[in-house]
Design a protein around this ligand. Structure first.
Ligand SMILES: C[S@@+](CC[C@H](N)C(=O)[O-])C[C@H]1O[C@@H](n2cnc3c(N)ncnc32)[C@H](O)[C@@H]1O
Length: 457
């Protein structure tokens, strides 16, 4: 009997895995392992982009795995997984906050719960159940009864690693818990205001997120480390899949540039670039500290500078000498404010200035959907040619991260994920036109724009 979906997924996963092998061998990558040893694999790097063939095949394979699970899993099991999903997060919190992952890293062959109890003063009986949950989630493995060892993936949670920065932002569970109440709240339910979100309900405040964050230094530093980690995850694709050398005639202004990690990474990779990080006043100090510690010490003095500037004020840097860049900034704002931010850049831009919007474009958009002024030679088509499943399926199922992030941003800022059409509307309302869309090896794309000249409008 033909099992249409099963047959298709079986063929697709074989196809994807075969392509992955070929691409990995072609890039001379060593075999992957999640069970034996904790050594970092080159594909775990957050500093190098994944080779194109590996990137595509991996996405297709992961999408097939998720689709297969959807096909095969009993619905009651699925309901139970959702009902208890909060323990996925809570057990990772135990793992990191109580120092277990850092302690386990010193014993690659495994450590007993008894030793963990003695050293960390935690009940081994309770710990065993937590560690078995982490084991089921794939973070660690139980090598013998009561002996646990790290997996390759758990290294991302060690002190100082970027995964740790994601986990340690406080109160996210409280915000998620407020989501159902928010959707039926008498005043907030249809509000588009950033002052009327699940975040305000969860924290019993009327302040918008960024104002609230400003007053809590501990939260601010953890939140900005988390934002920085998310940014750094997409940085290798941004650096590799856009022709940055075309910006070397101008200074790049990184508007709402956070702690400046993208500006610094660009300067370190392309020494001809000059960059200015513009941020809220309280972020200038952290950005300057970051420049001091992370900018290549051989760079010319002043290659990257930080200055205070409000996104909603007139842009002081004007004319063709400037390229403006916004990464993960516009997604924070409702349409009216996003248009306002871009209008300030349209007013400041010279005829040759580029405005680079680095954001997720939700949904699948074929290349032909974008009317490009010039079809950039290196615009990457991420559609896995080797895959039998559709690009929409790959987008939905290869990674939960972009959608989870979109939901969290909705809850804390009332921001909206945007399709290509919605981005185009905002961009054109601000007096800009898209000149190119660059798909990257990342969940974000670069929309390259320029200001519409008065004789064009
Ligand atoms: C999600 S973060 C993105 C940071 C950075 N672009 C990156 O990709 O890592 C948004 C940034 O916008 C900044 N921001 C918010 N409101 C602002 C304003 N009115 N003027 C300037 N920056 C602002 C925040 O401080 C925050 O660093």
């Amino acid at each position: 009997m033909s099992h249409l979906e099963l047959d298709n997924l079986q063929a697709s996963i074989n196809n994807a895995l075969n392509s992955l092998r070929v691409a990995m061998d072609g890039s001379r990558l060593p075999p992957l392992s999640s069970q034996y040893g904790t050594d970092i694999h080159p594909l775990d790097s957050m500093d190098q982009p994944t080779p194109v063939g590996v990137y595509q095949a991996r996405r297709a394979a992961l999408a097939c795995v998720v689709e297969l699970k959807n096909l095969l899993q009993h619905p009651f099991e699925k309901a139970a997984e959702s009902a208890f999903a909060m323990y996925d997060f809570a057990s990772v919190q135990v793992f990191t906050e109580h120092g277990i992952v850092d302690r386990m890293a010193k014993e690659p062959s495994g450590i007993s719960v008894k030793t963990l109890q003695a050293e960390l003063d935690l009940d081994s009986h309770k710990l065993t159940t937590v560690l078995r949950h982490l084991s089921v989630c794939g973070w660690i493995r139980e090598t013998q009864g009561g002996i646990f060892a790290l997996n390759r993936s758990s290294r991302i949670l060690l002190q100082g690693q970027r995964g740790r920065a994601l986990i340690t932002v406080p109160n996210n569970i409280r915000v998620a818990e407020a989501l159902p109440r928010w959707l039926v709240h008498p005043e907030f339910r249809f509000s588009k205001s950033p002052d009327h979100t699940a975040f305000q309900l969860a924290n019993n405040t009327t302040k918008p997120f960024f104002e609230w964050v400003k007053d809590d230094r501990n939260y601010l530093s953890r939140f900005s480390a988390c934002v920085e980690a998310l940014g750094e995850y997409v940085t290798p694709g941004i650096l590799s899949d856009y022709p940055w050398q075309t910006c070397s005639e101008s200074t790049i202004v990184d508007c709402g540039g956070g702690k400046g990690s993208l500006a610094i990474a660009l300067a370190n990779r392309f020494p001809a670039l000059r960059l200015v990080i513009q941020e809220r006043g309280e972020m200038v100090g952290p950005a300057e500290a970051n420049i001091k510690t992370r900018l290549d010490p051989n760079s010319v003095h002043g290659t990257v500078v930080a200055e205070a500037h409000d996104l909603f004020s007139a842009q002081p840097r004007t004319g063709d000498n400037y390229t403006f860049m916004l990464r993960h900034v516009l997604h924070n704002w409702p349409e009216a404010q996003a248009v306002n931010i871009l209008e300030k850049l349209a007013a400041a831009a010279g005829p040759k200035s580029k405005i680079l919007i680095i954001e997720r474009i939700s949904g699948h958009y074929p290349d032909t959907h974008v009317e490009l002024e010039h079809r950039p030679a290196n615009t990457m088509n991420n559609t896995a040619s080797t895959s039998l499943i559709t690009e929409q399926t790959i987008l939905n199922s290869s990674s939960r991260m972009p959608q989870a992030l979109a939901l969290h941003l909705l809850c804390i800022l009332n921001c909206h994920e945007r399709t290509m059409d919605q981005w185009r509307t905002i961009i054109s309302r601000a007096g800009l036109v898209i000149t190119g869309v660059y798909k990257l090896r990342a969940y974000v794309s670069i929309m390259e724009c320029r200001a519409i000249r008065t004789d064009e409008s």
